[in-house]
Write a protein that binds this ligand. Sequence first.
Ligand code: GTP
Ligand code: SPV
Ligand code: MN
Length: 584
Amino acid sequence: MKDLHSWIDEMAQLCRPDHIHLCDGSEAEYDRIAQAMVQANTFLPLAKRPHSFWCHSDPDDVARVEESTYICSEKPEDAGPTNHWMAPAEMKAKLKTLFSGCMQGRTLYVVPYCMGPLHSPFAILGVEITDSPYAVLNMKLMTRMGQKALDLITKKKQFVPGLHSVGVPLKKGEKDSSWPCNSAHRHIVHFPEERSIWSFGSGYGGNALLGKKCLALRIASVLGRDEGWLAEHMLILGITNPTGEKKYIAAAFPSACGKTNLAMLTPTLPGWKIECVGDDIAWIRFGADGRLYAVNPEAGYFGVAPGTSMKTNPNAMKTITHNAIFTNVARTPDGDVWWEGMTDTAPKGLISWLDTLYDPASRMPAAHPNSRFTVPAKQNPIYDPAAENPQGVPLSAILFGGRRSAVLPLVIEAFDWQAGVFFGASLSSETTAAAKGETGKLRHDPFAMLPFCGYHMGDYFAHWLAMGRKSSADKLPRIYAVNWFLKGKDGKYLWPGFGENSRVLQWIFERTSHQAEAKKTPIGYIPESLDLQGLGKIDMAALFHIDPTAWRQECEELSRYFALFGSRMPNALLEELRRLRRAL
Ligand code: GTP
Ligand code: SPV
Ligand code: MN
């Protein structure tokens, strides 16, 4: 391991900041930095939300940038065909040039943090060096940040180093912009063998909060491969039935495809209860009993704002009433926030995410589609106390889902673990605003990990298969595919979604204790029936229609896609594909 102080010295010499600040993670520190950001015109305090701030980014720095994200393993084949790669030495040289003097005129913050409950044996310690006070405050909300993490780092002599800069040095007397960034030179780089992260040029979300996608998924997935566990882009929820029996479910959906919403769901089915362990990332490993246990490494939510309302996600709305940071949402003249979908009509006098008076006639959204709130998880009224369990929670089911306007039915159960791994590997979804680029375009996103897997995706599939061989079917979680986003001929969603998804969770809950009936199809088991009481007209035939022609096309496409992984593509999954073709 690198010595913390010599690493800080080395990075400071490279970046040449004016000041260095070692973060203690205290409330007083948070308030001091927030005040300075108010002075600098980056933050605007919100009159209607205590201890909360509004800010907006540069219009060119609004989402993750996958085209600038790299996995720099020693060998290109270890990064695999789905990741950008460059030789580590070459990339390091490039980065050193970019980072040289990049913090002039700025403060270098040292942010010690812990992913996972502080006293969990599975926690991973990290240190982010950043010149972005925005990143510091978000890390405070999203991770266990500060003195306690630093004490653990000192004790364990272990941390994942991450260097981050917005990439805009300031000359003496030069005025800073409210959201400095260097879009022309963005690099989000991971060195999996060295277990380090270098991020340059962006201040937004997963590009800048290095504990989240960079450490807890890309680096952690590599650790998981080496150590026999899984780092996944999954929510974790607790679900209790009317008789008081509680189970845990994890679900992988691509970015902006409904994890936060499912994790905080308010069931429309009477007597059922959902509690939230995590909304974005799960670290999963076997317990001594042969069951899989999941830990949420995060301590906060960085959630999509648009679409969040008292109707769709009341728990999120109650979580963000105070101590929140809002990025790229619109705001009202009286000091509140607003976004598309929060209410049916936009308030008068709205100020758009770009900080200009909003013109509804412009037909542009007032809030950016990837605008987000950052808030401590503990504020969630349905925060599951087990979220702090150092060993995690035992999983009864794992769900894979995406945005598919056609083909994939509402819910389907895999025949077994191997068929479930095939579900994960074959996941496709229409792209969203969470990453830069065109939206609504169908793309493969295996396990919802396409942008987050730190190694060869073929090896990742093999790792999932190997995990299944370590236990028995009665102990492993059952695997499901779900799709809330099927559309009818009129282009409208066929399924009401949100709280009504509890009807699907009920079936899954009961299937995992052999209490619900199912019908066999070529793909897997579908429900014999769902509880639809109280729902209006629902086109169940369309929601569960399996179109053999569309599925044969799906198989053709999968066969082409899997070929990409060459000899690292596990035979077992090719066998699953053959089996499906035969069954169709
Ligand atoms: P990341 O934070 O990017 O990983 O996203 P996420 O997977 O947590 O997605 P989130 O729950 O924030 O939802 C993204 C968008 O999908 C929001 O605009 C939601 O309102 C919408 N959404 C979520 N669940 C449903 C659903 O069941 N049906 C429909 N139609 N939309 C949904
Ligand atoms: C995602 O894109 O999956 C997110 C947001 O959760 S970010 O933190 O920017 O990656
Ligand atoms: Mn995510």
